[in-house]
Design a protein around this ligand. Structure first.
Ligand SMILES: Nc1nc2c(ncn2[C@@H]2O[C@H](COP(=O)(O)OP(=O)(O)OP(=O)(O)O)[C@@H](O)[C@H]2O)c(=O)[nH]1
Ligand SMILES: [Mg+2]
Length: 350
């Protein structure tokens, strides 16, 4: 749907070469792995943004494998263990943060075991008036400033349009002057419809308008852009709640909410994701900018600590640069030794 698996390998190539290269150095001249080398592997995984929890788990798996093989290990054997563990962590990710309902979005998360238990027991919010969903699918894209929300919306719109959907973009970022124009340019370039009320308009009113337009013109997917916001700003988080409630009233269902996280922000991105997901109901993540100098390992830390599924990864600034996230492919792209073809291909590069 979004392109070839090779693009992910290409995007993560730098990270892979550097991690696998350092692993290779650790193995130079060694057949048996000692405790000091295991510590170094753990430090290497942590430095690749995998987080302490996942890194410890992986090193324990390597130790277990060593016991089975009498302490002997090969570089290929160890990378195999790392790959399998990473894929398992990503596959098994289950939400560990309480998914809040849009009715309470923006309020500070309840603290304490009792409060959390009460929340967990609360039923999911029903659709407006108990009505069956009638309107289009609404995809609500949120996140901190500059993470890649608007670009990811363009990529999603393009992909859905390629699949034959009728897509409408709603300029819900009414905060920045250039934001509306940026989305309009993307809409024109891709050839999808676009609804705006200009800068300074009420975001909820824009979305209301967009849903009426979608109904009138037969769009089946509406993607809503939102202003970048710091998760710590309560009034901005409240605004998301307000827009989401308009969507529920108009379409009969909650929006599908995608949180955009910039992979370059490393552990900071993890913290952002945590606080966002504690404040509004996040369905999944789009992890952007994995094509640059991002280490990519943050995906594993997010899965292990938050259990939030990564749904898409951004691999560039063009509309085709989005991939559906697949745990096995990701683990392979991150931790596979270079084959002879790739090594030859990379030879002579700076
Ligand atoms: N290399 C690369 N750049 C990206 C990717 N996604 C977005 N960008 C770039 O990141 C910058 C910010 O992207 P936007 O889409 O404007 O980010 P935003 O979250 O909408 O920003 P605000 O609306 O200001 O909060 C732009 O220069 C994009 O081209 C990606 O996957 N890879
Ligand atoms: Mg934007």
């Amino acid at each position: 749907m979004f392109g070839a698996i090779d693009r992910l390998r290409q995007g993560l190539r730098k990270t892979r070469d550097s991690i696998v290269g350092r692993l290779g150095e650790l193995f130079a001249g060694k057949v048996r792995l000692d405790a000091a080398t295991l510590d170094e592997i753990e430090a290497l995984l942590i430095s690749a943004d995998l987080g302490v929890k996942a890194s410890t788990r992986i090193v324990q798996s390597i130790e277990k494998r060593l016991k089975e093989t009498g302490g002997e290990a090969s570089l290929e054997g160890v990378t195999q263990v790392i790959r399998a563990d990473i894929a398992a962590i990503l596959r098994e990710a289950k939400p560990r943060v309480k998914v809040r309902s849009w009715d309470e979005a923006g309020e500070a998360p309840a603290r304490g075991r009792k409060a959390r238990a009460a929340q967990a027991a609360a039923p999911a919010a029903p659709p407006a008036d108990g009505a069956a969903p009638t309107g289009p699918r609404v995809i609500f894209v949120v996140g901190v400033n500059g993470t890649g929300k608007t670009t990811s919306i363009a990529k999603l719109a393009y992909a859905y349009q390629q699949q034959g959907h009728r897509v409408l973009l709603a300029a819900g970022d009414t905060f920045r002057a250039a934001a509306v124009e940026q989305l309009r340019i993307w809409a024109d370039r891709i050839g999808v419809d676009f609804v705006t009320q200009g800068q300074g308009a009420d975001a909820a009113a824009v979305v209301h308008d967009a849903l009426s337009a979608a109904e009138a013109r037969g769009h089946d997917i509406v993607i809503v852009d939102t202003a970048g916001r710091l998760h710590t700003k309560t009034n901005l988080m409240d605004e998301l709640g307000k827009v989401a409630r308009v969507i529920r009233r108009k379409s009969g269902r909650d929006p599908e909410t995608l949180l955009v996280v910039d992979a370059n922000t490393g552990q900071n991105g993890l913290q952002q994701a945590k606080i966002f997901a504690e404040t509004v109901p996040v369905d999944g993540l789009i992890l952007t900018k994995l094509d640059g100098t991002a280490k990519g390992g943050i995906v594993v830390a997010i899965a292990e600590t938050l259990g939030l599924p990564v749904l898409y990864v951004g691999l560039g600034e063009k509309v085709g640069d989005l991939e559906v996230f697949d745990p096995e492919t990701f683990a392979e792209a991150l931790f596979t030794l270079s084959g002879p073809e790739e090594a030859a291909d990379g030879a002579g590069r700076p």
